[in-house]
Write a protein that binds this ligand. Structure first.
Ligand SMILES: NC(=O)c1ccc[n+]([C@@H]2O[C@H](COP(=O)([O-])OP(=O)(O)OC[C@H]3O[C@@H](n4cnc5c(N)ncnc54)[C@H](O)[C@@H]3O)[C@@H](O)[C@H]2O)c1
Length: 317
């Protein structure tokens, strides 16, 4: 099939593009290579992760309606995996207008063009952050999600509403995937695993928020990719689906595994909770499991792969 991946130079997008090209899909990537984090890492992903593979890349902004319309006219796209977004909770508190512009208006452009071009399936990235401060654990797709606590989370919840409207009015098949803390090689420099590994290697202290009293369903990037492909192939009509690891890991255990792999102990600065952050995200993944998906990578192996990638990429002795 011919599939458009927006944000295809991103962490998840590059891994997804690789797997899909390898199984025979024709992939078109749109990415604006913005500088939220170093664009060089995005270019290096395209060059290395997608090395030797055949795909089409447009360096373009999803907010640019004319350019997007041109791409849709030119390519006969059948399905879309829409991952392009301003990601990262903390920066959204500094730049809320940018997050709403890209995540809400950019997504609106993609939905409008999807209807116009009769796209068979519009699969998009939502986030576990839409669960906000919900206390019922695990987080299930049927829970109420009416209380986000960051502009980022609100923009992702808005995406779910936008998609619902278009599924209802225009019968556009949509599936919103709520990813739970994704990690792995080529990961984002603003995320905990990268920050911790980088600091420990450079003998710098790490900030451990909520005094380390946090837990996450960390999800290895290969499991996210297989989850996205499962949802895409299922041709869902108007659904929301969690994709998360199957274990609630304590943050301090996560740090311990990094220390084991780096071979050094972290100098930890215990700090209070950050605004916009939540103490625990635990996924109910039964819905995607029923479609045949299963997460397979534990943090011991996933972190090992990450640290090994980091050392190679940054030429650490
Ligand atoms: N990584 C996670 O833990 C996680 C968790 C929940 C949800 N998500 C969501 O998954 C998606 C992918 O996340 P990621 O971790 O790969 O992030 P990422 O920042 O590495 O990837 C996003 C990509 O989108 C591109 N992009 C951003 N704005 C754009 C625009 N206006 N036009 C075109 N391209 C644009 C960026 O250049 C980047 O390459 C995002 O929607 C994110 O919100 C990620």
């Amino acid at each position: 099939m011919k599939i458009l991946i927006t944000g295809g130079a991103g962490f998840i997008g590059a891994h997804l593009a690789k797997k899909m090209i390898e199984r025979g899909d024709e992939i078109v990537i749109v990415d604006n290579f913005n500088d939220y984090y170093t664009p060089q890492l995005k270019r290096d992903r395209v060059e290395n992760v997608l090395k030797g593979l055949d795909f089409k890349l447009y360096e373009a902004d999803i907010r640019d309606r004319e350019k997007m319309a041109e791409i849709f006219e030119k390519e006969n796209i059948e399905k879309i995996v829409h991952l392009a977004a301003m990601a990262g909770v903390r920066y959204s508190l500094e730049k809320p207008e940018l997050y709403y512009d890209v995540n809400v208006m950019g997504t609106q452009n993609m939905l409008d063009l999807s209807v116009k071009h009769k796209i068979q399936n519009f699969v998009y990235a939502s986030s576990s952050s839409v669960y906000g401060n919900n206390t019922k654990i695990p987080f299930s797709e049927s829970d109420n999600v009416d209380a986000q606590i960051s502009p980022y989370a609100a923009s992702k919840k808005a995406n779910e509403l936008q998609a619902h409207v278009y599924s209802h009015i225009y019968k556009l098949p949509t599936a919103g995937l709520r990813f739970f803390t994704v990690y792995g090689p080529w990961g984002r420099p603003d995320m905990a695993l990268f920050l911790f590994t980088d600091a420990i290697i450079k003998n710098k202290p790490i900030d451990v928020f909520n005094n380390g009293n946090m837990s996450r369903n960390f999800t290895y990037v290969d499991d996210i990719v297989s989850g996205i492909m499962t949802a895409l192939d299922a041709n869902l009509v108007c659904e929301i689906v969690n994709i998360g690891g199957d274990r609630e890991e304590k943050l301090l255990r996560f740090i311990e595994v990094i220390e084991e792999n780096v071979g050094k102990t972290a100098d930890k600065n215990f700090k209070p909770m950050q605004p916009g952050d939540v103490p625990a995200t635990v996924a109910d993944i039964s819905k995607l499991r029923k479609m045949g998906w299963e997460p397979t990578t534990r943090i011991e192996k996933g972190i090992k792969n990450f640290v090994s990638w980091y050392k190679t990429y940054y030429k650490v002795q």
